[in-house]
Design a protein around this ligand. Structure first.
Ligand SMILES: O=C(O)CCC(=O)C(=O)O
Ligand SMILES: [Mn+2]
Length: 150
């Protein structure tokens, strides 16, 4: 939906998915990543190498995310850290090389780290449990995904 930090994850029909410094419509830089998220990254991911991108996604109206790997970042040793807010999600995760997957609930305030041997795990959002939280005005779930893209 939108991004925070030096680089934003965007897509369009012409050029596909990529990280870029400016908002594709306004051409303005993305807002800074809030300090509380930088602190969380330093504590749980890597204090030496800060994130340069934070994707902000809003899940509403039955939105889901198909099984995928996060592999568009240059250095796959840097973790991917995500914060769930609002409605609980059914998160599916399985090994990078394929095979059985399992699910775990991500509730509001939960933090998920894809790190180490799980860095390239396949993962996605099966569904969001509508009405399970009252945090987000209008309902739904917000996911903040911090990455080191370059
Ligand atoms: O919403 C989530 O918890 C997962 C988000 C995700 O996998 C992604 O943005 O690549
Ligand atoms: Mn992902």
């Amino acid at each position: 939906m939108t991004n925070l930090g030096p680089l934003g994850w965007v897509t369009d029909r012409e050029r596909g998915y990529r990280y870029q410094e400016a908002h594709p419509v306004t051409a303005r830089p993305w807002p800074a990543i809030p300090q509380v998220l930088l602190d969380l990254w330093a504590e749980l991911a890597d204090p030496q190498r800060p994130p340069d991108a934070c994707l902000v996604n809003l899940y509403r109206d039955g939105a889901r995310m198909g099984l995928h790997q996060d592999r568009d970042e240059v250095d796959h040793t840097a973790p991917v850290l995500s914060v769930s807010l609002g409605d609980t999600a059914i998160f599916r995760i399985g090994p990078a090389e394929g095979g059985p997957t399992s699910t775990v609930r991500l509730a509001s305030g939960d933090v998920c780290a894809l790190a180490g041997e799980a860095r390239l795990a396949r993962h996605g959002i099966d569904r969001v449990l509508t009405g399970s939280s009252r945090l987000i005005p209008g309902g739904g779930r917000i996911n903040l995904t911090l990455r080191r893209s370059r």
